[in-house]
Design a protein around this ligand. Structure first.
Ligand code: AMP
Length: 400
């Protein structure tokens, strides 16, 4: 069964004068000092194309829904979707009416009023039933729309009521949005026969979080470049000194296992480092693989960056997930920003996934130089691991 998108003729003709219930991922980061200000609007901006495409079909109403933060099943004004509704209304140049809760008795009335085409349901996670994938909650949501559109790629790895169970009520009436389409098309270039040479760069802090993706990537990559704190368990497993760098015994065991497989020849590790005495301390260059006693490795060194650049130069497909160091501190950002710069100059399909590497690319002002920047960190990793996601499977095959 093929996945149907809103570009399908059945949707275009079927949506006219109907109520469309659409699930987006509006879980945007907020400004740390001002909880009403959106720090990064990308996820909302990326949904606009789908919203406009739905509106072009002249539906009676468009009911949009999303989760926002972690209110743990309780109403909490700090996690109100109000700033999102306001921003969306500005972007679209039309009213977006926010309901009090997703189960508001007034919603049925709103749906029958002529004014306000767009209604936004309040944060779905104010109700524990959302994360519990509750069928009755999904059924109530489904009473709001005749057709269902799923465009929440960033939440597609979750089996929640609005992303998964709801499909039980939309047999042959469920469609993917345009962001979902773009994400799937891009990720499939990594998952299905990537154009060779295929080089992946994996960084960040914990091996255990990314062990499955490393195993999966080692099957298809030509080279796997490992940087950030992720590299230290591998270096330690090889018998190198890593000083006081971040590294758990559990991660060393995982790294040792990977280095014991025939794929170990594909792994490239740092050969020099930027270190410091403390996490906030002054940067020092260590021009060798061993990190002296008492020092913390906080970035890849300049020779490593040159070495990684050489491996990336011939690549035709590149996947990047996770920073090369503690890049939030400019003293330790050179490796991460350097990788962003190298990728921006490649004649290759470049896919950046994972919150921190995406932030680094934005920080470097190079977002538009990448072939695809995934809006879903966890979702993009799970898609690469498994070739699909629960929310996509449910959309494709339905739920009994
Ligand atoms: P992850 O969520 O696993 O991708 O980890 C991202 C986090 O790892 C970022 O906050 C980085 O600052 C941090 N990180 C990367 N390299 C290092 C390092 N060498 N030492 C400490 N933290 C690091």
């Amino acid at each position: 069964m093929a996945l149907k998108f809103i570009t399908d003729e059945n949707f275009k003709t079927g949506a006219k004068d109907k109520k469309i219930l659409a699930r987006f991922d509006f879980n945007v980061p907020m400004d740390k000092n001002d909880h009403t200000k959106i720090a990064d609007t990308t996820r909302i901006d990326e949904a606009i194309e789908t919203i406009n495409a739905i509106l072009e079909c002249k539906p009676k109403k468009l009911i949009v829904m999303s989760h926002f933060g972690r209110p743990n099943g309780k109403v909490n004004p700090q996690f109100s979707l109000e700033p999102v509704a306001k921003y969306l209304a500005e972007k679209l140049g039309q009213e977006v009416l926010l309901t009090e809760t997703a189960l508001d008795r007034g919603i049925k009335t709103l749906l029958n009023l002529n004014e306000s085409k767009i209604i936004m349901l309040q944060n779905l996670r104010f109700h524990p039933e959302e994360e519990n994938n509750d069928r009755d909650f999904a059924r109530i949501l489904s009473t709001y729309g005749d057709l269902y559109v799923f465009d929440a790629f960033g939440a597609a790895h979750r089996k929640h009521a609005s992303t998964y169970e709801i499909n039980a009520f939309y047999k042959n009436k469920a469609y993917g949005g345009l962001l979902l389409k773009r994400e799937i098309e891009a990720l499939d270039k990594i998952v299905n026969d990537p154009v060779k040479p295929f080089v992946a760069i994996v960084g960040g802090a914990k091996v255990s979080d990314k062990i499955k993706i490393i195993d999966r990537l080692l099957v298809s990559v030509d080279k796997l470049l490992i940087g950030g704190a992720m590299a230290y368990p591998f270096l330690k497993a090889q018998g190198h000194e890593i000083g006081k760098s971040l590294c758990s015994d559990e991660d060393v065991i995982l790294a040792r296992r990977i280095l014991g497989t025939p794929s170990k020849g594909k792994i490239v590790l740092p050969s020099d480092h930027i270190v410091s005495n403390t996490f906030g301390g002054a940067p020092e260059e260590v021009g060798q693989v061993n990190i002296p006693d008492g020092k913390i490795g906080l970035d890849i060194g300049p020779s490593t960056l040159v070495n990684f650049t050489d491996y990336l130069a011939p690549a035709k497909t590149v996947l990047w997930n996770g920073p090369m160091g503690l890049f939030e501190n400019t003293n330790f950002a050179k490796g991460t920003l350097g990788i962003a710069k190298v990728l921006s100059n490649l004649k290759a399909f470049t896919l950046v996934g994972g919150g921190d590497s995406v932030n680094a690319v934005k920080l470097a002002g190079l977002s538009d130089k990448m072939s695809h920047i995934s809006t879903g960190g966890g979702a993009s990793l799970e898609y690469i691991e498994n070739g699909t996601l629960p929310g996509i499977q449910a959309l494709k095959f339905g739920i009994d």
